[in-house]
Design a binder for this molecule. Sequence first.
Ligand code: PLP
Length: 348
Amino acid sequence: MYRSIYPRYPRYSNTPNQEYLCKKIAALEETESAMILGSGMAAISTTLLSLLDSGDHILFQNDIYGGTRNLAEAQFDRYGIEYSFTDTLEVSDFEKKIRDNTKVIYIESPSNPILKIVDIRAIAKLAKSKGLISVIDNTFATPVIQKPSTMGIDIILHSATKYFGGHSDICAGAVATTEDLKETIWSLSKNLGGSLSDYTVWLLERSMKTLSIRVKAQQENAMKLSKYLYDHDLTKTVYYPGLPTHNNHDLAKRQMDGFGAMMSFEFDESIHVNTFLKALELIKPSMSLAGVESTMLVPAETSHYLLKEEDRIAQGITNNLIRFSVGIEDTEDVIEDIEQAIVKATNK
Ligand SMILES: *Cc1c(COP(=O)(O)O)cnc(C)c1O
């Protein structure tokens, strides 16, 4: 084991504070082991590059976090790593797209920003039957409401910048997995050097003490606000797995303990979206999500800006789609804020 060979050193992620936090994350995700890194993307890139050699193929779910997609599109060709995306989230579609050289299946559920749900158990089973490594980005759910390891997934990734941190003030990432796979990822991480700074380790550890109560309060608010938006005369669509109208509501119920606190929605043409966002007073129009304060943004202009427009639209990420990260505020105050912003943003 590396601990016996390597002395304690921050870049090796083996200081007492780092080890303590890793143990906590592993306990939450019910895995043998965990690692922390400097950002969600550091966790994702280090993990994928540690698993994939030149000539290997990775199959991604079609709508994943924009930065992950951009990592593949901008970098993988240079390393000779093949990648492709499914067309749908059906397990049969994943199965069809597995190649002889496929090594990893990568999913994200609920996905960012349309909140699509993938059948985690079925994907884990498919990966096992083909001898592939299954990876999930569990950022949107958190282990408070979804534990992929108990459904057979090998590697669980997190942007700890989001719910783990919870206060929109740190940047961090995490990987939870088996001892063996952690060793593989760790070996590359010590070369790449994307470790988490000591100060952030401390802040993250403090934040995680309230992870469970924050997420539960946030998802309770999200349930109320999704219903409010769904019933609103001026909304066209609301994507939230907790609504019975969500196309995978039953699947979400089977694999999640609640439905999370992220949603996205579209107003009809009578609302000018950018005016609406500017008019908000309580909700913050900002890039960060999952904090205790509610935020909204237009993914087409921010998180998914780097995608090709045709890919974006094909995923349902229209130019007017608003992503809503629900915080812990009183829902009545949030509704009041939305209502006053609607009045200012109505095209007359
Ligand atoms: C934010 C995010 C990431 C990237 O995390 P960073 O901490 O910004 O590097 C990855 N996946 C999902 C689902 C995210 O929301």
